[in-house]
Design a binder for this molecule. Structure first.
Ligand code: FES
Length: 106
């Protein structure tokens, strides 16, 4: 379980890149007060999705504007085709945790 940040570190509509020691980075999203987490690197290229534009539950890649559903990691629009991993998020007290060893329900 990754201790990501404090709840108030990411405003609704914002994203945060989480750097991990032993694995590729994670992108954390605040969608109207609900947190979601996915792989940070786009499945189409070497772009950080945390630098993209979050609109509702869709994150738009900053490189070629493909989109993913942050709840499931499913690719929504081209050129993105392959899904990315999505991870369950847990709030405990004031902190956000990402459960890296589980996959969020589709
Ligand atoms: S690198 Fe993300 S859409 Fe191309």
């Amino acid at each position: 379980m990754l201790k990501a940040c404090r709840v108030d570190d990411v405003e609704p509509g914002d994203t945060l890149q989480l750097i991990c020691d032993d694995r590729p980075p994670i992108a954390l999203y605040n969608v109207d007060g609900t947190f979601y987490a996915t792989d940070d690197i786009c499945s189409h290229g070497d772009a950080s999705l945390a630098d993209g534009l979050l609109e509702g539950c869709a994150i738009e890649c900053p490189f070629h504007a493909g989109t993913f559903d942050v709840r499931t990691g499913e690719a929504l629009t081209r050129p993105c085709v392959d899904k990315i991993n999505a991870y369950p998020v847990k709030i405990e007290g004031d902190h956000v945790y990402v459960l890296l060893h589980e996959t969020a329900p589709a």
